[in-house]
Design a protein around this ligand. Structure first.
Ligand code: BTN
Length: 323
């Protein structure tokens, strides 16, 4: 680890408190000048650090530059040792995850976070707008257990959606809702999307790895054709690092501790669709129906006005409506 990184770790662990150059230098076994240089570089990188004579350096509480140590500070103790990698810019954290899976042995629950994506991807081949410094774009790489069936994919996204709304509720006073299957809405606008991808061996039906990518608009302004449907969280006093960490904490619990029943009940209680009319197209026919339920596989059950029940899988249809 570089001196700059070590200094940042110390400042993050003591956020909003002054740390004297001398004590940092002593802890790291380097000179005070080396600490001063590291702090100068960190400031140039965009960290909000103040220096006060006789008191030392302080990383301001509002400093919202994404960094590994800030994220780790907010992680639950059980997962503090996970591999967290932060990028200034990347094409797509999901694409980077796939590249890394091909080139190295990643550990379970590796997190890739970027401040910007130049080719962010959404579902159905869409782009995901990911401008610098205004959102959180991250991917979680994990390796499912032997018995994981690829029919359970929708549940992975459902677990991610529940984790995101829980993290937002924990850190803000906002009331986000989930639009089946993978969109998070706030005040009638989409503020977050989820893209889950997997490396599957179709012969053995074994799922080698799963990458769940999450993009949350934090302060992104939409002035283009997306503006009527896309919005941002705009949470005051919330750091992006804290939000990322809380989503990771919740997703870890959802994957390894909560049972499917619990997840589905949390999902349904935040559902934007249940009880509402939705439109969708199936095998070339257009339908309008009321969303009735979400079953144990994460499928949406709808009922047409003539009483016919239909089960929709997210792979087949996308639903529309005025939300
Ligand atoms: C959607 O809304 O259709 C899904 C959007 C998923 C966006 C996230 S941002 C992090 C990760 N990297 C990507 O390229 N996509 C996902």
């Amino acid at each position: 680890m570089s001196t700059k990184d070590k200094v940042l770790k110390i400042l993050e662990e003591n956020r909003d408190n002054h740390m004297s150059g001398e004590s940092i230098a002593l802890q790291l076994g380097v000179s005070r000048t080396a600490v001063w240089k590291a702090v100068k570089n960190l400031k140039n990188d965009g960290h909000n650090i103040s220096s006060v004579t006789n008191r030392g350096y302080k990383l301001d509480n509002s400093s919202d530059k994404l960094d590994k140590w800030a994220i780790i500070n907010y992680l639950d103790s059980e997962i503090k040792e996970i591999d967290v990698r932060v990028y200034e810019t990347i094409d797509s954290t999901n694409t980077e995850a796939k590249r890394l899976l091909n080139s190295e042995n990643l550990s379970n629950f590796t997190i890739l976070v970027s401040d910007e994506q130049t080719a962010g991807r959404g579902r159905r081949g869409k782009n995901f707008k990911s401008p610098k410094g205004t959102g959180v774009y991250f991917s979680i790489v994990f390796f499912p257990k032997e018995d994981f069936s690829y029919n359970s994919f929708d549940l992975v996204t459902i677990k991610a959606a529940v984790s995101i709304v829980k993290a937002i509720e924990k850190t803000t006073d906002k009331k986000p809702e989930i639009k089946w299957v993978n969109d998070i809405f706030l005040n009638h606008k989409k503020i977050c999307g989820i893209l889950t991808e997997a490396d599957i061996d179709f012969e053995s039906k074994k799922v080698h790895s799963i990458v769940t990518g999450i993009g949350i608009n934090f302060t992104t302004e939409f002035t283009d054709e997306l503006s009527p449907i896309a919005g941002s969280l705009y949470a005051e006093d919330l750091l992006r690092s804290e939000l990322v960490a809380e989503v990771i904490n919740e997703f870890y619990k959802a994957l390894y501790y909560k049972n499917d029943e619990e997840i589905l009940s949390e999902y349904k209680s935040h559902s934007l669709l249940l009880g509402r009319y939705v439109n969708f197209e199936l095998n070339g026919t257009k339908y309008e129906a009321i969303a009735k339920d979400i079953n144990e596989k994460g499928n949406l059950i709808v009922q047409t006005d003539d009483g016919k029940l239909m089960t929709l899988s997210s792979g087949e249809v996308s639903v529309r409506g005025q939300f």
